[in-house]
Design a protein around this ligand. Structure first.
Ligand code: MN
Length: 494
């Protein structure tokens, strides 16, 4: 059964006022009329794709304008209807979103030439910085295209799957939309490594089947305990690890599935934080916990903001089960990431990029998680480095810019960052060997302030160079500052 507009409305996570309902229904009628007679490769009517895209957006908690833009996203591209007409009927905001998608659609990432690819990526990130909702619609569109990829010729399947794995899944991850990320990865995995996909899938299914009975018993028992203590359960369910993440873990553990403890997890969602801890206690009373596996990500959230209590227990028949306990808010944030804030915050109209990049807003570090970078620093410097923590705060709450390596990798930097910051963000060794820099192909001084979207090429010498003390004045990242100081000490310049 394919999705209907009623399914979209049912998935809508906000109060469905008459006005919002009308906007969505009007967009639906309009899209249906515009795509009349058009069919996709699968043989389905084109409107099915629009509806599926809209449904995904509703599921992750997007609002009526974004959902309407999702319904309309292919109209200007594939029909004779113009953006002006869309604006007349649906207003400026919806037009802006549809326009963003249309522009992104023109970006074809198939360029063999690096520069072509780079230019495309650049435009994509700039579009994202301008309005994050455009990127979320693009991700929903891509997810449905991935779900129906089988109808394409094999070479196209591979190309689209690779692009999804390399660009769109990391983007979804970056935006914290775990659900989208997992499905995009699993679908890409299926086309890129069909044999491994099959192998891992079979392993997982076999294991899940064996574990199912124990999981059911544990669920029942824990429910009973919670009920007896008067703790309300919002949801409790078992889930198995996503295929691709399981595959990555299996590779790490010589394909030995018995060494993976979070293969199946029991997820318990309760109302309050206090309930989380009480639930943890009750679970441990019932089932013996595995030593060293209790993690309190509520008191100490992961760098990307993830919060939950985790424990691994010896469940019924001694089967190892991971238990994850969290509140509904934490759950939505983990599943929907940036989108979850559309569920909780009724944002007034202001520039979305302002909202996401500005200091003091309700979206802290986790939303545009510079997670990887952060983790690298943390590993290098340890958690207790006061200066590091201080620097971190400044880094996070400043405006951010995206700059690019000549190969198209995106480097996040605080505003006014210099090529020295850029070099250290890529690698300590690059920073230590920096001898010069080019921005958009022109040589610049090392205290040059990089602007959004510029391509930065770092020139290096073969060996380490003594750092320049003045760099401490011009760099903007704590990572660079720490490394420069270390080098200065090494060369006894301080
Ligand atoms: Mn589309």
């Amino acid at each position: 059964m394919s999705t209907t507009i009623d399914d979209v409305l049912k998935s809508f996570k906000h109060s469905l006022t008459a006005e919002r309902k009308k906007l969505i229904l009007d967009a639906y009628e309009f899209a249906m009329e515009a795509h009349k007679g058009q069919k996709r490769r699968s043989g389905e009517y084109y409107i099915v794709h629009c509806l599926e895209t809209a449904k995904i957006l509703a599921d992750i908690g997007m609002r009526s304008q974004t959902i309407s833009a999702g319904l309309l996203h292919d109209v200007p591209e594939d029909t004779s209807i113009t953006l002006v007409e869309i604006e007349k009927k649906f207003g400026k905001e919806v037009r802006k979103l549809v326009e963003g998608i249309t522009k992104l659609g023109k970006i074809k990432l198939r360029g063999t030439k690096e520069e072509y690819l780079l230019e495309n990526l650049r435009r994509m990130f700039l579009a994202m910085a301008a309005d994050i909702r455009v990127m979320i619609i693009k991700l929903a569109d891509r997810l449905h295209n991935m779900r129906t990829l089988e109808h394409n010729p094999p070479d196209k399947q591979i190309r689209i799957a690779r692009e999804t794995m390399e660009i769109f899944a990391p983007l979804a991850d970056r935006l914290g939309i775990g659900e989208l990320k997992n499905e995009l990865e699993d679908l890409s995995f299926k086309y890129l490594e069909p044999e491994k996909y099959k192998e891992v899938n079979e392993m997982r299914e076999k294991n899940y089947k064996e574990a199912k009975k124990c999981l059911d018993i544990a669920t029942k028992e824990i429910k009973k305990e919670l009920y007896a203590k008067g703790i309300k359960i919002i949801d409790i369910y078992g889930r198995s690890k996503s295929l691709y993440s399981l595959f990555l873990k299996l590779e790490k553990y010589e394909m030995d599935i018995n060494r993976i403890y979070d293969l199946i997890a029991l997820r318990i969602i309760v109302p309050e934080i206090a309930d989380c801890y009480e639930t943890l206690g009750l679970v441990h009373k019932k089932y013996r916990p595995m030593i060293g596996r209790i993690k309190d990500y509520i008191s100490l959230p992961k760098p990307n903001g993830y919060q939950s209590l985790h424990t691994t227990i010896f469940g019924p028949e001694g089967r190892i089960i991971e238990v994850q306990i969290r509140t509904e808010k934490m759950h939505n944030e983990a599943e929907f990431g940036i989108a979850s804030h559309w569920i909780y915050n009724d944002l007034k109209k202001k520039s979305w990029s302002d909202y996401f990049f500005k200091k003091g807003n309700a979206l802290p570090e986790k939303e545009l998680a510079w997670v990887k970078q952060l983790q690298d620093w943390q590993n290098e410097l340890g958690n207790n480095d006061k200066e590091f923590m201080q620097g971190l705060k400044i880094d996070f709450f400043q405006h951010r810019i995206f700059a690019f390596t000549p190969l198209g990798d995106v480097i996040d930097l605080p505003e006014k960052a210099t090529p020295v910051d850029f070099a250290y963000s890529i690698h300590t060794d690059i920073g230590n060997r920096i001898s010069g820099a080019k921005v958009d192909r022109k040589i610049v001084p090392l205290d040059y302030q990089i602007r959004n979207g510029q391509v930065v090429e770092i020139l290096t010498s073969k060996l380490e160079r003594k750092p320049n003390r003045d760099w401490l004045e011009s760099v903007k990242t704590s990572g660079a500052r720490t490394h420069i100081k270390r080098q200065l000490k090494k060369y006894e310049l301080i």
